[in-house]
Design a protein around this ligand. Structure first.
Ligand code: PEP
Ligand code: MG
Length: 583
């Protein structure tokens, strides 16, 4: 991240734009504004005798775009994010879908639209259809449609890329991509290091672009609305990925302020690295366990690099998603065993399949009335015993390679715990009968994420080996706030006294019964919530690897006994606690 010297007229006003900061960090640089091919296409009618030729022009452009994607997929660097290969293949499939080409050709033949106009029109229809879908994941796929259509429009216009030639970008500057949307494939060009941030009109925190940006660790602000219309090529920009703010043509005074923030941020990151091997101990000597959440096996290396003491949550459902067939027992065994081996004896907590709600299996057409309250997670597994058995066998077999613990999601009833325990015993028995080795005595725990379980936690704490509080769902269910709905996002409140009381109760009962309790929801990785969690008596945190050091720093500066006294007295009165009083 380099800085550039500004040549801003002293009178130029500063424009302040807002969006969603996806990747933390500050950048100061010049805007490189991308054209939006689909919005600016030529509109004309083709004569009847040229309709066939126009349709063929479209088909050739689609074929070229597909070939480009294949070529890109075949030449991905070894360290490219895993999602990228999958996304390139999704884009290829969308382009090869006959519906896209056929419907566009129909517009050419029936309405005599030129190829660009027909394609942009058909694209608009598809994007609107996607935007009306109930499923949030499918709604976001509208962005993929838009991106593949822009790719074909670029081919039709004779240009293969919409990014400027990197050769024309001076090597010593810092350049910021400003676009309506960026396809993951184009995002890869940011890897050259020539672009130091990106801003987009579209996209949300879970969009593919955001996912790739996170893995590239490039400061980014998405969902800005009209940034592409408001910013001109060459404008000087400050990107504040921490707060999701972009300042256009800032004054010298503001620039100076942000240069200082940027330097402080980089110093802070560098200093934090020194904490990698430092113990997570509070000022009054309370030892805290710091573990990592992972979605895919290869992220275990990130967990180790960040100094995690184990994997507190491996969301195994990501092995099952985005594919036509379920992973076999052997494929699962390999995945679990590889994490267990890499973690070399450190605990690896693998959550059994948490499918349902916003995480669906490909080809599962079940429409639940209210998926968040439907056949999700353990409910789904107990209703699909063969699938559950395959996963349990793989987990038991892999447990020989390290210290695997089984974590059951979405438990609300004791009979679910007993059924799951019986299923684990049955899987072990089968392996024994077949002479397949596995480790005895695997620990079994459960997510505490349904209020009923947290309120009546005692028998669960007695029956299980450990508890892990899933604050993401616990908050959603306590406050009746859909965690993925931006319209009620302001009401999603981790600090609500009712939420805090349930966390405190779970921790207290765990302490009494002698069972370890941790938090693996997003709250554990938010350094602003660390003191509150310590005050609630929490001694086990699990979070994304990149958040570990921020939280560890906070722990090392806190006094846990003093926090416990403050938090307990406020909670007794069901008062809202001002976080400032905890610092
Ligand atoms: C949670 O609910 O807090 C949790 C960690 O699980 P997920 O986010 O996968 O639902
Ligand atoms: Mg959950």
């Amino acid at each position: 991240m380099s800085t550039v010297e500004p040549t801003v007229p002293p009178s130029a006003p500063t424009l302040c734009l807002h969006g969603q900061g996806v990747v933390r960090g500050y950048t100061i640089g010049r805007a490189v504004v991308m054209s939006a091919a689909s919005l600016e296409v030529a509109h004309y009618h083709v004569s009847p005798e040229n309709i066939d030729a126009e349709s063929q022009r479209l088909c050739r452009a689609v074929e070229t775009a597909v070939a480009d994607l294949r070529q890109m997929a075949g030449t991905l660097p070894a360290d490219a994010p895993r999602e990228l290969a999958a996304l390139l293949s999704v884009h290829g499939m969308l382009l090869e879908d006959p519906m896209l080409v056929q419907s566009t050709c129909q517009l050419i033949s029936e309405r005599h639209y030129n190829a660009e106009w027909a394609l942009a029109t058909q694209g608009q229809i598809l994007v609107e259809q996607f935007s009306m879908m109930e499923d949030a994941y499918l709604r976001e796929r509208g962005a993929d449609i838009r991106q593949v259509i822009e790719r074909v429009l670029r081919v039709l216009s004779g240009s293969t890329t919409w990014l400027p030639s990197l050769d024309t970008v001076q090597a010593d500057g810092s350049f910021i991509v400003v676009a309506r949307d960026i396809s993951p494939a184009d995002m890869m060009r940011l890897r050259t290091g020539k672009f130091s941030a990106f801003l987009t009109d579209l996209g949300g925190a879970t969009s593919h672009t955001a996912i790739v940006a996170r893995s590239l660790n490039v400061p980014a602000v998405v969902g800005m609305g009209h940034v592409r219309a408001l910013v001109r090529d060459g404008d000087l920009l400050i990107v504040d990925g921490v707060n999701g703010v972009v300042l256009v043509n800032p004054s010298e005074r503001i620039l100076q302020e942000y240069r200082e923030r940027q330097a402080a941020f980089l110093r802070e990151r560098a200093e934090l690295q020194q904490l990698r091997h430092a113990p997570a101990v509070t000022l009054d000597g309370m030892q805290i366990r710091m573990e990592a959440n992972i979605e895919l096996p290869d992220e275990a290396a990130d967990a180790l690099a960040a100094g995690a003491e184990g994997v507190g949550l491996f969301r195994s459902e990501f092995l099952f998603m985005g594919r036509a067939q379920l992973p076999s027992e052997n494929e699962q065994y390999d995945a679990y065993a590889s994490v267990a081996s890499l973690m070399a004896g450190r605990p690896v907590t693998i959550r059994t399949l948490d499918i349902g709600a916003d995480k669906t299996l490909d080809g599962d057409a079940t429409v639940a009335t209210n998926p968040a309250l439907g056949l999700r997670a353990i409910r789904y597994c107990l209703a699909n015993p063969d699938m559950f058995n395959t996963q349990l066998r793989a987990l038991l077999r892999a447990s020989r390679h390290g210290s695997i613990r089984i974590l059951l999601p979405m438990i609300s009833h004791m009979h679910e715990v007993r059924s799951a325990q019986r299923a684990i015993e049955r899987a072990a028995e089968q392996l024994r009968d077949e002479g397949i080795p596995y480790a005895d005595g695997i620990q079994i725990g459960a997510m505490v994420e349904i209020p009923a379980m947290a309120i009546a936690i005692e028998p669960f704490a007695e029956a299980l080996d450990f508890l892990s509080i899933g604050t993401n769902d616990l908050i959603q269910y306590v406050l009746a706030i859909d965690r993925g709905d931006k319209d009620v996002a302001a009401l999603y409140d981790p600090m609500h006294p009712a939420v805090l009381r349930l966390i405190a109760h779970t921790i207290n009962v765990g302490e009494r019964v002698g069972k370890p309790v941790s938090v693996c929801g997003e709250m554990a990785g938010d350094a602003r919530a660390t003191r509150m969690l310590l005050g609630l008596g929490l001694t086990g945190f699990s979070m994304h690897p990149q958040q570990l050091l921020d939280v560890k720093k906070e722990i090392r500066q806190a006094h846990s006994n003093a926090l416990r006294v403050k938090v307990a007295s406020a909670l007794n009165r069901a008062e809202r606690i001002d976080l400032a009083t905890l610092s």
